[in-house]
Write a protein that binds this ligand. Structure first.
Ligand SMILES: NC(=O)c1ccc[n+]([C@@H]2O[C@H](COP(=O)([O-])OP(=O)(O)OC[C@H]3O[C@@H](n4cnc5c(N)ncnc54)[C@H](OP(=O)(O)O)[C@@H]3O)[C@@H](O)[C@H]2O)c1
Length: 286
């Protein structure tokens, strides 16, 4: 049986979709979710829904029990909260004696300069200490991190950021989810560490150019000092931990943190990763 946490999130839903599309019987899948009421559509597909809230450890062992494979999808929120939540989830996976623990980490977690990689390094160390058979799915950036706000950027004519000429080897969220499903369904995966990236990388100036090409409007990249970019993000009401994370990510992108291309993702998929232009097209169709 395969248990997927965060199954009502954008990534988790796509993993469930990919498992079903690949012929996994719904009765072999468990969607482990913070809020079961949000999973009625998943239950309607015959998938068992179990409550699994990382902040309520008593829900976790029952949710993970019986898992041959557990896909632990990393949480979101401020760093200290995430570390506490991930600690609880890993402890529960060990207590439930899952057959294999798969974790969605971050690209190049061992040495990544990204601030958000601290949580992933901590979690990977806790996972290693359990002694469980494990697989690390070190996901690079989702292209959707940038295209989510692209329609507004096209309207204003400006893609704003602090990433300079840094390049990002992103892929679509669905690419990473499909790869996770392939690994979940694969044999001989224990001990593997996948560094998952897109097949090509691009700069924010190239993103702006692609948006301009597809929309027929003028769109330029404005490379801003970090304080100014943070001011814009604060101005649209993002929580301060997220502003800090996004500005840090841009500065690290400028220094090359996400430019690496490994081929691991297309290797698993057996096809090229989804090009930037395709994800931009989806975003601009609205
Ligand atoms: N690679 C990247 O570019 C990238 C970008 C953003 C995030 N991420 C990471 O990848 C994860 C999945 O991405 P996503 O796009 O699916 O993000 P998402 O749509 O925000 O989903 C996050 C998931 O985490 C769940 N969650 C949050 N707190 C929880 C808790 N206390 N207990 C149990 N579940 C909890 C959410 O539950 P609800 O459905 O109840 O809200 C949701 O299912 C994120 O959580 C984050 O760690 C990666």
């Amino acid at each position: 049986m395969i248990v997927v946490t965060g199954a009502t999130g954008q990534f988790g839903r796509l993993v469930i979709d990919a498992l079903l599309e690949r012929g996994t019987p719904a009765s072999e899948i468990v969607a482990a979710v913070r809020t079961p009421a949000k999973a009625a559509d998943i239950a309607a597909r015959g998938v068992e829904v179990r409550e699994a809230d990382y902040t309520r450890p008593e829900t976790l062992v029952p949710a993970f029990t019986g898992a041959d494979k557990l896909l632990f999808v990393s949480s979101n929120g401020p760093e200290a909260d995430r570390i506490a939540q991930h600690t609880a989830a890993v402890a529960a996976a060990a207590e439930a004696r899952v057959g294999q623990l798969l974790y969605t980490s971050v690209y190049a977690a061992s040495e990544s300069p990204l601030g958000l990689s601290r949580v992933h390094r901590d979690t990977e160390a806790r996972i290693a200490a359990t002694g469980l058979p494990t697989v690390l799915l070190r996901n690079g950036w989702y292209t959707e991190n940038y295209t989510g706000s692209l329609a507004g950027a096209v309207e204003r004519g400006v893609v704003a950021g602090s990433a300079g000429e840094g390049r990002i080897a992103s892929a679509s969220r669905a690419d990473y989810a499909e790869a996770a499903a392939i690994v979940l369904l694969g044999d001989d995966q224990a001990g593997k560490v996948y560094e998952l990236t897109g097949d090509t990388n691009w700069s924010l100036a190239e993103l702006a150019a692609e948006a301009a090409k597809q929309s027929g409007k003028e769109v330029a990249y404005a490379n801003l000092p970090a304080e100014q970019y943070a001011g814009i993000l604060n101005g649209v009401g993002l929580p301060s931990f997220l502003v800090e994370l996004l500005v840090d990510a841009d500065l690290q992108v400028a220094a090359g943190a996400l430019e690496g291309i490994t081929g691991d993702l297309s290797g698993l998929l057996g096809r090229p990763t989804t090009p930037l232009a395709d994800t931009v097209a989806v975003a601009l169709k609205g």
